[in-house]
Write a protein that binds this ligand. Sequence first.
Ligand SMILES: C=CC1=C(C)c2cc3[nH]c(cc4nc(cc5[nH]c(cc1n2)c(C)c5CCC(=O)O)C(CCC(=O)O)=C4C)c(C)c3C=C
Ligand SMILES: [Fe+2]
Ligand SMILES: [Fe+2]
Length: 351
Amino acid sequence: MPSTDKPIGVLFMAYGGPESLDEIPGYLSDIRHGRPTTTAVLDEITNNYRMIGGKSPIMGLTKEQIAGAMAHLNREADGDANPPGEPERFKAYLGMRHWAPWIEETVGQMLDDGIERAVAIVLAPHFSSMSIAKYQAKVKAGLELYRGDLDVAYVDAYFDADLLIEAFAARVREGIEQFPEDERDDVHVVLSAHSLPVRILKMGDPYQDQLWTTARLIAERAGLREDQWSWSYQSEGRSPEPWLGPQLEDHVPALQDERGVDKVVSLAIGFVSDHVEILFDIDIEAQKAAKERGMTLVRPPSLNDDPRFTRLLAELVEGRAAKAGWIESDVRAASAGEPSMPMPEGTAMPA
Ligand SMILES: C=CC1=C(C)c2cc3[nH]c(cc4nc(cc5[nH]c(cc1n2)c(C)c5CCC(=O)O)C(CCC(=O)O)=C4C)c(C)c3C=C
Ligand SMILES: [Fe+2]
Ligand SMILES: [Fe+2]
């Protein structure tokens, strides 16, 4: 029986990224499950990181997001910060899926610290057997490795959470406002997320439905016309099997060819912070595709430490801890997580 005076652990999990160019081969080896990476692919990916400053910013940004969420979680009921010396209700931990600090090692640290109950949340809003489920499997692997007994409550997804939709819709508006007022009606918004192999659809994976629900809710909240936005995948992997499309760098030129669009706001809604798939795949690759056509592409900032997003993280953690019966909370469910809605007809670009 857990003792109630111990803080509840909060395991924040993120993808991880190389802190220097030297770390790229090891990082890729983990992502590719040890399969060898050809020199050509290694050179290409190393060059992409060189072009975004020689490292991934994901670690620093993730720490900022955690600090923002923890400031909410450890506040007192009246909203003030916890006075010094008082025990905190929650204790934060960070584990990465593909690089240090590894999720398994962090779980070991939580056990060493005597944590008995923990909420585990991934900094990615959409569930897939190829993403969130893998993070959760690593938590279980850490518990087996260190033979620990830790009661873990998982937040599976938060694709329809109101604060997420509001934060992204605000980014859409910011992007549109970068165009002169008399041009804004002509601006087309492309919402995108990381591609996955097409086979996930046959597996009944909820990923695409959840993405499309998020996209539709954002478009509605931002007040976009049906013809003013479309869906695209991005950052498909380098493997021979088919990946979900269209890819952003193809979709942007197609918008001009097929719909006469030349002003685009591009917003990734499957990611919550900057990293190579934003800073290279959108800011350099998709931007190049747009410029070659004389199109203007604006990318509003990623959520990063947006206060709406950090508050959402805190509400999700608190809500999950309350659902587990560990705390009393009046936080309304931050995300219903109910079955998702299909894309409205004529809105989705065909894959
Ligand atoms: C929804 C799933 C995925 C998210 C989100 C995701 C984010 C993400 N990926 C990188 C960098 C790389 N990903 C790579 C391969 C790769 N990524 C996913 C899924 C998601 N990634 C898959 C299924 C794969 C293929 C793995 C395999 O077995 O081959 C790679 C390797 C090179 C490549 O294939 O392109 C890199 C690099 C970042 C930075 C990121 C952000 C959070
Ligand atoms: Fe990836
Ligand atoms: Fe990727």
